[in-house]
Design a protein around this ligand. Structure first.
Ligand code: NAP
Length: 530
């Protein structure tokens, strides 16, 4: 299949260097606006032992024969192929994810940007095939015998399991560091939105950029994929905390101590500093950011702001600011150019968000919604998956439970008052580890104190002052230069962060031996980046 209108086609799987279809009916991919079936995906009958062995032996050997710089240049070529086919991808994102152009751009252009970034950064690793960490260390009195730490690419496969909300970026932000390190990729996109990842892989395969076996994809459920994992493989997972738990405790993963990186859900906070004044720019900046985070991708972003902490003194002004902006957001069929917020991804997600709002409303108070009867003009409520943005408030956040425990994966956030900075940090920490916290303050003391207080429980802290209002990259935007991943419930993982990402795909080993041999090896290795 190679079109922007899949019809009732089954997405084939690219394994063992060839395309083949899974057996059975497969699962349907549905247009969340029109309710029509777009394609089917099936992984039934897949021989994962063969597929992973092919990736490990054929793909891995060929990739490892190349240098870092050569592999970096392959990433650049992948980015070029994706850029050339961008229009087709936007159409798929529209049909399969109900994405307005601006939402599709985050996923599609975000992927191309990330690939280009790793192409550029990766080239700085040069024409070597191994890394070294630090310099030779003497182990005893005699200088003839020393130690050197080296990093060598894993000999297994990178098994990339992704969530439904970023079928493009989710794939390439993981694949770029893996391929740069010489580790072949087996991608398993979320079934409901697999079409975009499938089409991209199809384009890259057709362009014959990568060595045989370096890139595989399976669409449809994971089946017994994890039974075939071995110690030399690396699993990079993004998705819900429940699935993360299942993967972590999978017998084969545990038995072989396979590497896992988990990116799970998160109850991210935005904190308005105590220096914010009614009529001042900070309140406006916070309100704009909150509304952007609630409505971009209809709030289906792991980094979206879920909890908004504001000083009690400016509560009214903040509420009014967010309210006014939310009421102006145009929600509807993303086929209309003026639509800003589309539907959720599916009917089950719609049910899950409505259920989550109900739970939040048991403890808090709904202060903005278009109402239960709300539905955008011209779409059929029976088949489409729209929800209204919902803003809630909770007066005593230190006594709340649901708002700190339930991630509602949609356009939903809760306002929480705080009295002191210590209290703001305590409230933020009740999320038990998140991907990102943002701060809005013009007081350097507040920024510095909060940043360092929040860093232990957040993978990223994003501070915005009036001065950087136009330069800041956005609370929810994941930039490849910065770490993505958070402790605790966020999964405890770390992706991206520039060339830090290469660590996950290398095995580090302490070589102890004759100084002359170690010096020779060190001469053929690149210094481990940061
Ligand atoms: P999900 O249901 O956990 O699924 C994620 C992926 O895991 C899908 O590809 C799914 O395949 C696969 N999967 C399910 N069961 C599996 C198993 N037993 N073994 C191996 N793979 C399995 O999550 P989702 O509903 O797609 O995504 C929404 C969640 O992801 C939210 O909680 C959100 O916060 C989180 N998320 C986190 C990040 C982050 O970077 N931290 C980013 C995006 C989303 P099928 O689709 O075939 O079931």
């Amino acid at each position: 299949m190679h079109s922007t209108s899949a019809g009732r086609v089954k997405l084939s799987n690219y394994l063992n260097g060839r395309w083949s279809e899974g057996s059975g009916q497969g699962e349907a991919l549905i247009d969340p606006v029109r309710g029509t079936e777009l394609a089917r995906a099936s992984s039934e009958g897949t021989d994962y032992t063969a597929a992973l062995n092919y990736a490990r032996h054929v793909g891995g050997s060929a990739l490892r024969a190349l240098t870092y710089a050569q592999r970096a240049s392959l990433l650049g070529r992948i980015a070029d192929v994706l850029a050339a086919n961008r229009d087709a991808y936007y159409q798929i994102a529209l049909e399969n994810s109900g994405s307005p152009k601006s939402d599709a751009a985050i996923d599609i252009d975000g992927a191309i940007f990330t690939l280009k970034y790793y192409a550029r950064e990766g080239s700085s690793l040069g024409e070597n095939r191994i890394l070294r960490e630090g310099s030779l260390a003497r182990l005893g009195k005699n200088e003839a015998f020393q130690s050197l730490h080296v990093g060598v690419p894993l000999r297994g496969a990178a098994i990339l399991i992704n969530a439904f909300n970023f079928p493009s970026w989710g794939l390439w932000e993981k694949a770029a560091p893996a391929l740069l390190c010489g580790v072949p990729v087996l991608a398993k996109p979320a079934t409901s939105t697999a079409w975009l990842a499938h089409r991209m892989v199809e384009d890259v395969v057709e362009a014959a950029i990568l060595p045989d076996g370096a890139l595989s994809i399976v669409c449809g459920s994971a089946g017994d994929l994890l039974d075939h994992v071995r110690g030399e493989d690396a699993i990079a997972f993004t998705g819900s905390a429940q699935t993360a738990q299942r993967i972590r405790s999978h017998p084969a993963v545990a038995l072989h101590s396979a590497r896992i990186n988990i990116e799970a859900d998160s109850l991210n906070v935005a904190i308005l500093g105590p220096d914010a004044k009614p009529g001042g720019a900070l309140i406006d900046l916070l309100a704009a950011e909150v509304v952007r985070e609630m409505t971009v991708k209809a709030g289906q972003k792991c980094t979206a702001i879920r909890r908004i902490l504001v000083p009690a003194s400016v509560w009214e002004t903040v509420t009014e600011g967010i309210h006014a902006r939310l009421s102006r957001v145009r929600i509807g069929d993303p086929r209309s150019a003026d639509v800003q917020m589309g539907p959720l991804i599916s009917k089950p997600q719609q049910r899950s968000v409505l259920d989550g709002v109900h739970q939040l409303a048991q403890e808090g108070k709904v202060i903005f919604t278009h109402g239960g009867e709300f539905y955008p003009h011209g779409v059929d409520p029976e088949v489409s998956a729209f929800v209204s943005p919902v803003l809630l408030a909770h007066d005593t956040p230190l006594n709340a439970r649901v708002v700190h425990e339930v991630e509602v994966f949609g356009p939903v956030a809760t306002l929480l008052p705080y009295r002191t900075l210590e209290e703001a940090v305590s409230i933020a920490e009740m999320g038990r580890g998140s991907l990102v916290a943002s701060l809005f303050s013009d007081d350097p003391r507040v920024i510095e104190t909060l940043a360092l207080q929040l860093a232990p429980s957040h993978g990223r802290v994003h501070a915005v002052s009036t001065e950087v209002a136009s330069a800041q990259t956005g609370h929810g935007n994941v930039m490849p230069m910065s770490i993505h991943g958070g402790p605790g419930r966020a999964g405890g993982g770390q992706e991206l962060g520039g060339l830090r990402a290469v660590r996950f795909y290398h095995q580090f080993s302490a070589l102890q031996g004759p100084t002359r041999s170690l010096q020779s090896i060190a001469g053929r290795a690149t210094d481990l980046p940061l």
